[in-house]
Design a protein. Structure first.
Lengths: 342, 273
């Protein structure tokens, strides 16, 4: 498992990609209203087999409510959720092969971690109880399994939440802010764990505020704002859509600004920290430098800036909508299974 | 395959790990002992009391459980019952664990049924424990002797013991309604304390209605009245009428309560925790 640039899918993941059938998550027109308040305002998204899918949005954007509807915990006002083609509101069997948690994972504080897992395994049936040791080992809680959960730290509970999810031997894992409240080492461990699970072929939906984490772990994202998806697609595509941002210093910035604004292929021109800033692809940037010279604005410096997912996230969630230079494939046909880059 | 029995088993396990279980069961044990101690201490003082079996407290230990049944109906048994019935679902809200169990492989109705059975089991255990301790403590104090029935006939000690246990079983009919009301309040309030206190308040309110002037016609249909149905067993011949009435009157209280609790439980949104 690697970051967004790695497009290879090997081992068990490849086997999963080869599976036919409905996608792990298919959400259409999902709406949840509480009286006058619209918590989720028409979400459409599709998570394909093998995706590690980032679900991003500011606080109050409706991410957790969406996840609760996906897990059948909340009844949608409108729209539908299908997990592997099954409706989680109809029967709990729709959650077969699905596991995860929303907000912080919760357990009975007055019994031990082991007993909590034994109970959940009993509720799952099948071979879940045989996976307890393995799950505890995977989240490195074997040594503390006999302690009451009431004495666990936040990070230990998060890890226990993962262990509880793994008992179900899931093909799809839904995780809501799994690294929230963890220290840097805990965050790193959680990221590594998610990567490891994804490498084993698990499809993961990861809701997170930690954009670096999402950028590092996920191949696709949905950005949700005020209960609606404003972008859905591959991270690589998203970054391509953002273009490369350059900053520019010249002998005559006023003239250079006018040239930039008039030049084809140059977008989102603005002054930032006293410098001209714009987005362009490599060819357009080359043509611009020639046009600047011809206009008599000699270039002191022109350098590309790295666009991070965080930059793009804020431009989506704090601006007026889809930022300049982006195409929004949120409602486009999803990529066929197996095309996702991880 | 996991099912209601799985939930039931684990609910009982969880009950065994909670203090409130032992507070309730502890009260069921201690109250008869304290009662017998009180009888012992008043031994040389004025006697009497003017209630059923009060005259027999010094003559037969088997009168002790019957007197406790009589007074326990006011608040003790409703409270002991409510301690678990009012908590068993609300505590899931408190711990935020509904979302944990709702996303496993059991249907919500199975979870509800398992919890309802566990709460009922606890109530049965508390009543039988209280009755047994009362028989033992009463027998130590006043002897395992024959008892005079409410009709004035003398009942042998073994027969009286049998009647005590059948009375305890009849007593479970209104207790079952209290369980149902506790489950309803536990489900709708999402708050353990509110559900426990609320269940007790409902019980006390019904008793209050029973003593209000001008509402005497309601008396046979009040839940509180059904706590005395067992007295029909202590008459010769046995008076089944109050027992039969207790069965259907309690059903009128209990079935709508548990039905509403069930519907709320299986349809509710789990937006917190």
């Amino acid at each position: 498992m690697t970051g967004g640039a790695d497009t290879s899918v090997q081992g068990p993941a490849a086997a999963h990609f080869a599976e036919a059938g409905p996608p792990p998550i298919e959400v259409r027109g999902l709406v949840k209203r509480y009286g006058e308040l619209t918590a989720v305002g028409g979400v459409d998204l599709t998570v394909q087999t093998g995706d590690v899918y980032g679900y991003l949005g500011p606080n109050g954007a409706g991410k957790t409510t969406s996840l609760r509807m996906m897990l059948g915990l909340i009844r949608p006002t409108e729209g539908s959720v299908r997990l592997f083609g099954r409706d989680p509101m109809q029967t709990v069997h729709a959650l077969q092969g699905v596991a995860g948690f929303v907000e912080a994972p919760t357990f009975y504080p007055y019994i031990s971690a082991r007993k909590n897992l034994e109970m959940l395994a009993a509720y799952d049936g099948g071979g879940a109880s045989e996976r307890i040791d393995e799950a505890l080992e995977m989240v490195e809680l074997t040594g503390r399994q006999r302690d009451k959960v009431g004495g666990y730290s936040h990070g230990m509970r998060q890890r226990l939440g993962i262990a509880a999810a793994l008992l179900r031997d899931p093909r799809l894992l839904l995780l809501d802010e799994p690294a929230t409240g963890l220290d840097p080492a805990g965050m790193r461990d959680m990221r590594l764990l998610i990567r490891r699970l994804a490498d084993q072929g698990m499809t993961v939906l990861l809701s997170s505020h930690l954009l670096a984490e999402v950028e590092d772990v996920c191949n696709r994202v949905a950005i949700v704002r005020q209960g609606k998806i404003v972008y859905e697609g591959e991270i690589a595509e998203l970054k391509r859509g953002a273009g490369t941002r350059y900053w520019l210093e010249t002998t005559d910035d006023e003239r250079a600004l006018a040239v930039c604004q008039a030049q084809p292929g140059i977008a989102d021109v603005r002054i930032e920290h006293g410098k001209i800033s714009f987005t362009a692809d490599e060819d357009a940037a080359g043509t611009l430098s020639q046009a600047l010279v011809e206009a008599g604005a000699l270039i002191h410096a022109m350098a590309p800036q790295t666009v991070t997912l965080e930059d793009i996230f804020f431009s989506f969630t704090e601006g007026d909508g889809v930022p300049t230079g982006f195409t929004n494939p949120a409602h486009a046909e999803p990529a066929p299974a197996g095309e996702g880059a991880r | 395959m996991p099912g209601v029995a799985t939930v039931y088993r684990w609910e009982l396990f969880k009950l065994r790990r909670q203090k409130r279980t032992y507070i309730g069961l502890g009260a069921a044990i201690i109250v008869p002992i304290l009662f017998v101690l009180a009888i012992h201490l008043r031994h040389h003082q004025d006697r009497g009391g003017g209630f059923a079996f009060s005259d027999y407290l010094d003559r037969s230990g088997l009168a002790v459980p019957l007197v406790i049944l009589l007074f326990g109906a006011v608040w003790m048994f409703p409270l002991i019952t409510a301690l678990v019935a009012g908590d068993i679902i609300a505590s899931e809200d408190h711990n935020g664990t509904l979302k944990t169990i709702f996303t496993r492989s059991l249907e919500r109705w199975q979870l509800f049924a398992g919890k309802a059975l566990a709460a009922s089991t606890y109530a049965v255990l508390a009543i039988l424990l209280c009755g047994t301790v009362a028989v033992l403590a009463g027998s130590v104090q006043s002897g395992f002797n024959s008892l005079q029935s409410l009709s004035g006939t003398i009942v042998s000690a073994p027969k009286a013991l049998e009647l005590v246990y059948v009375s305890l079983l009849v007593y479970l009919i209104p207790i079952a309604s209290i369980v149902c009301i506790g489950l309803l309040l536990s489900t709708v309030t999402h708050n353990s304390a509110a559900a426990v206190v609320g269940t007790l308040m409902v019980s006390l309110l019904i008793q209050l209605i029973g003593i209000l002037p001008g509402l005497g016609a309601l008396q046979p249909y009040l839940l509180s009245t059904q706590f005395n149905a067992w007295q029909g067993l202590l008459r010769t011949p046995t008076d089944w009428e109050p027992i039969v009435r207790a069965a259907w009157v309690c059903a009128l209280y209990g079935i709508p309560a548990i039905g509403a609790a069930f519907l709320v439980f299986i349809r509710r949104d789990v937006a917190g925790g």
